[in-house]
Design a protein around this ligand. Structure first.
Ligand code: CP
Length: 309
């Protein structure tokens, strides 16, 4: 694997996370730095996306680089039976960096094994979404002023939600307290609970979405039930509407609480929450541009201008 790829949040430690967050802060202050002139980035999206693809492409465009790629595998030669290996090797002939989303867990890791150019994982099945995690951490640090010692409630589909898996892994460095709220079918997988236990992290699992959990939290991280990961449509129907945040449920929450959601939302957050100052999910998505500018320039080993970071 080439060392500058960004495949899993597990691959980096606290110093690297914080270097990337500081780099993202630089790009928030200097969004149009022309650091990618002459560079070409390929975005290969084998699964649908709005925010991740468009924010990666915005990041490249704002940095003066160029983009090739596809947003629908049906328009690529994958539809004729070309393998992922051959697709990656072909694209590596054209681009300096690959950003890839794929439905198979491990696909991004595999891609790094068949090419020497950096690969950034834009989501692989229910496994990892490390660039989302970086923008989540950036959003948490920006709104709370720190990452340490926060109570983070995660609500909804904790089984298939790759964003919550990656976020638990990243926050293990910061002494969080987790409240995992889900139906029994969509519990946080055992490996992430074990990670908490191994790191001395306090957590509770519950199925009720009560005021005590909301009021104790610094971050309320809502998630969508991932219909595309269910093999049983009846099971999806049974759990899809279990957790909806309404504005009145925030009445007694901490003034500093922020509601995050990786989006898209279906009905996990009622529309009346959008105007509450504690709703932060649209700003969170905007932070994705800065986080992805940080990831791309770091993967391409591009130094920031001196004295500005
Ligand atoms: N948060 C996220 O991954 O959104 P998209 O699926 O729209 O890229």
């Amino acid at each position: 694997m080439n060392s500058r790829s960004f495949v899993s949040i597990e691959d980096i430690g606290r110093p690297q996370i914080e270097a990337l967050l500081d780099r993202a802060a630089f790009f928030e202050a200097h969004p149009d730095s022309r650091l990618l002139e002459g560079k070409l980035v390929a975005t290969l999206f084998f699964e649908p996306s709005t925010r991740t693809r468009l924010s990666f492409e915005t990041a490249v465009n704002r940095l003066g680089g160029r983009i090739i790629g596809f947003s629908d595998a049906a328009t690529s030669s994958t539809s004729k039976g070309e393998t992922l290996k051959d697709t990656i090797k072909m694209v590596a002939n054209y681009a300096d960096l690959i950003v890839m989303r794929h439905h198979l867990e491990g696909a991004a890791r595999y891609a790094t094994e068949v090419t020497d150019i950096p690969v950034v994982n834009a989501g692989d099945g229910a496994n990892q979404h490390p660039s989302q995690t970086l923008l989540d951490l950036y959003s948490i640090r920006k709104t709370q002023g720190r990452l340490d010692n926060l109570t983070v409630a995660m609500v909804g589909d904790l089984k298939y939600g790759r964003t919550v898996h990656s976020l638990v892994q990243a926050l293990r460095f910061y002494n969080p307290r987790f409240i995992f709220i889900s139906s029994p079918e969509l519990r946080m997988p055992e490996q992430y609970l074990q990670l908490c236990r191994d790191n001395g992290i306090e957590y509770e699992e519950r199925s009720d979405f009560g005021a005590d959990a909301i009021n104790a939290s610094d971050i309320l991280y809502m998630t969508r039930v991932q219909r595309e990961r269910f093999t049983d449509a009846m099971e999806y129907e049974r759990v899809k509407n279990l957790y909806t945040l309404r504005n009145d449920m925030l009445a007694e929450s901490k003034p500093t609480l922020r509601v995050l959601h990786p989006l898209p939302r279906i009905n996990e957050i009622a529309l009346d929450v959008d105007d509450n100052p504690k709703a932060y999910y649209f700003e969170q998505a905007r932070n994705g541009v800065y986080a992805r500018q940080a990831i791309i320039t770091s993967a391409l080993n591009i130094e920031l201008p001196h004295d500005e970071h």
